[in-house]
Ligand binder design. Structure first.
Ligand code: ZN
Length: 333
């Protein structure tokens, strides 16, 4: 069997939230990501699908949510993406600690992992998230969005996801099939249940790490948990080759599904985590101009001619407006 082209890394992460306004306020204003797409859950058009990313919706930067106001709280556990980490410029974690204090964010103590500083926190639904300080290369593919956070501290796409798995071996083999390489092992921390963390790296720049923690910790999907993680398969040919490899490994990937801004294949990996393979195109700017991203409700394909009905069933939300940011703000440590 021919090896598929390695995935460059994570494409997007999709989560379950509660109140859509709280979700918007936190992710667009407190964290300063750009709302690049305001759409609906294509399986449940009475629910929003909100996409937050960098300034241009670069692959590897989008965190997306299904906000269900009445959904029960979930519990992070085995068989899930248990932590989602974002890159921020090295030296900016002090800025973030101050910002989190100002905004009353539930954050933890800064610590070091694989030589990088990590700041853990939770969003309003209890979703565990981390910021990791990294050197941002000159030619970084991400474009910072500076409406609420200065460029010196702005989030620059995903750093990693951490999978909690009962029996990690088959999943680790799958990651290697997908193009990740094991790059290190580190002892776990007291605040996570696994005692040994194995890190895998893909060849890309953004979202290139997947960490695996072996642990048995009962979880359930709901508010404050990750629904699935998508990996980049830039072209249809890359995706088809990856799909074939995943199938040969004994999994059952779906056929390609058109998700309007990218094309997707889904499968549950051996440990129970829902994985997606997503193409890089057509992209979030394919149906509204770059400068207007997220400005209006976008209804893809068959939903387009039901606008009045769909809008009437969605809760009203206000998108946070940009404030003037002092771009000279010092990023300190
Ligand atoms: Zn997805």
């Amino acid at each position: 069997m021919t090896q598929p082209t390695p995935t460059p890394g994570i494409h997007h992460v999709t989560c379950i939230a509660g109140d859509p306004q709280e979700n918007l306020d936190f992710w667009a204003e407190t964290l300063g990501l750009r709302l690049v797409k305001r759409s609906i859950n294509q399986d449940d058009p009475s629910t929003y699908h909100l996409f937050f990313a960098d300034a241009e919706g670069t692959p590897g930067t989008s965190m997306t949510f299904f906000p269900w106001a009445d959904v029960a709280a979930g519990k992070v556990g085995t068989g899930q993406v248990a932590r989602t980490a974002f890159r921020v410029p090295a030296g900016s974690l002090g800025y973030w600690e101050d910002r989190f204090a100002d905004h009353g964010v539930d954050d933890g103590e800064r610590f070091e992992r694989f030589g990088e500083p990590v700041l853990p926190f939770r969003d309003p639904d209890g979703l565990p998230v981390e910021l990791v300080g990294v050197e941002i290369p000159e030619d970084d593919p991400t474009v910072p969005w500076t409406a609420f956070v200065p460029e010196t501290a702005a989030i620059r796409g995903f750093h990693s996801v951490t999978l909690w798995l009962a029996d990690p071996d088959p999943s680790m083999e799958l990651l290697e099939t997908m193009g990740f390489e094991e790059v290190g092992v580190e002892q776990g921390r007291a605040d996570t249940p696994g005692d040994e963390r194995t890190r895998f790296a893909a060849p890309g720049t953004v979202g290139r790490y997947v960490d695996v923690l072996p642990t048995i910790e009962g979880g359930r999907q709901g508010r404050g948990t990750v629904h699935h993680v998508a990996f980049q398969t830039p072209t249809d040919a890359d995706q088809e080759a990856m799909r074939a490899a995943v199938r040969s490994a004994g999994l059952r990937p779906t056929s390609q599904i058109d998700r309007h801004w990218f094309r997707s294949v889904y499968f549950r990996e051996f440990g129970g985590v829902l994985f997606e393979l997503a193409t890089n195109g057509p992209g979030y700017a394919s149906d509204e101009p770059l400068e207007d991203l997220g400005g209006r409700l976008v209804l893809p394909g068959r939903f387009a001619d039901r606008r009045e009905e769909i809008e009437g069933n969605l809760p009203d939300v206000t998108v946070p407006r940009a404030e003037a940011v002092d771009t000279d703000a010092e990023a300190d440590d």
